[in-house]
Design a protein around this ligand. Structure first.
Ligand SMILES: [Zn+2]
Ligand SMILES: [Zn+2]
Length: 301
């Protein structure tokens, strides 16, 4: 059994380990500026962050998992490739895990609920770690035949799924190649590899994982849901609109997650553009009447 003090220590350590590496990273920026980091690295990092992040949010999540719109074959393939380059696992496994998350959200069977061990501070510290990244280290594998038969049957997608190791190499080496060519130097290749390859992948990992951990723990809950999903505004921009997670659980197939006034949703904006270009059709934009019925007391539409 844990004493109260031990509990607080444990809680503190989790926060420490979650925050210190990010603070260290931020501190490294001014230190490295001018010799180990420059505008080329920043530009490449932002570019690859957006490409792979949107591949996950629009592609893996809203399109492949939830069918929020229909996509042309070209867009479908591009989204699967871009999402795979986020290094969050092959597309079919990602989708199967996430469909299982929605099927069992915050109950037995959810692959990554922060509430798995209970709601005492010690249980939540453990649960935060589990939901954030601990679950990835478990050996259980979601049954793709049950949760993603549509993708297993799709030859394009099955092929991209198998190409995951190659795309992992591409996502790490492409920034290095571009950085080297732009600066015409090996040093430029190395710094681009570090910032736009490794750091960019790590940052997107933590943002995606935060949707699984933080967005089931803290934030606003305007909509009734069977789970503990919450809208956590500080992550709206970095998560490209995915941190409006309570709204998402209330209306999982909706193409826009930031459904309330002033809720920035960059992914939804891009889906809107795809629709205008004719690449995305039958987009499931949120229906105000449907959402209004799910509002919790105390929240206005
Ligand atoms: Zn969720
Ligand atoms: Zn979802």
């Amino acid at each position: 059994m844990l004493s109260g003090a031990k509990t607080r220590t444990e809680n503190f350590l989790v926060k420490l380990f979650a925050v210190v590496p990010l603070v260290a990273l931020a501190a490294a920026v001014p230190f490295a500026w001018g010799w180990g980091l420059g505008w080329v690295d920043i530009g490449l990092a932002v570019g690859f962050y957006l490409l792979t992040g949107l591949g996950v949010t629009i592609g893996f999540h809203r399109y492949f998992t939830h069918g929020a719109f229909k996509a042309s074959r070209g867009l479908r393939v591009a989204l699967a490739v871009a999402g795979s380059m986020a290094m969050q696992g092959p597309v079919i496994g990602w989708v199967a895990d996430h469909r299982r998350h929605h099927a069992y959200a915050d109950r037995d069977g959810d692959p990554h609920s922060p509430w798995r061990f209970g709601s005492t501070p010690a249980a939540l510290a453990k649960g935060f770690w589990h939901a954030h990244m601990g679950w990835l280290f478990e050996r259980e594998k979601t049954n793709a035949k049950r949760f993603a038969p549509d993708l297993l049957a799709d030859r394009d997608i099955a092929r991209i799924d198998r190409l995951f190791p190659v795309l992992t190499v591409v996502t790490l080496l492409a920034p290095a190649l571009l950085g080297g060519l732009i600066t015409m130097s090996w040093w430029g290749a190395l710094t681009a590899f570090f910032w736009a390859g490794l750091v960019r992948v790590a940052l997107l990992h933590h943002v995606t994982w935060s949707v699984n951990s933080l967005c089931h723990m803290i934030g606003d809950r305007p909509y009734a849901a069977r789970d503990r999903s919450a809208n956590f505004w500080p992550l709206a921009i970095m998560s490209l609109g995915e941190s409006w997670h309570n709204s998402h659980h209330a209306d999982p197939t909706g193409a826009r997650h930031g459904v309330r006034r002033g809720q920035l949703d960059i992914s939804a904006r891009l889906i809107w553009l795809f629709e205008k270009l004719g690449w995305a059709t039958q987009v499931r934009w949120p229906k105000p009447a449907r959402l209004a019925r799910k509002l919790n007391p105390g929240y206005g539409a």
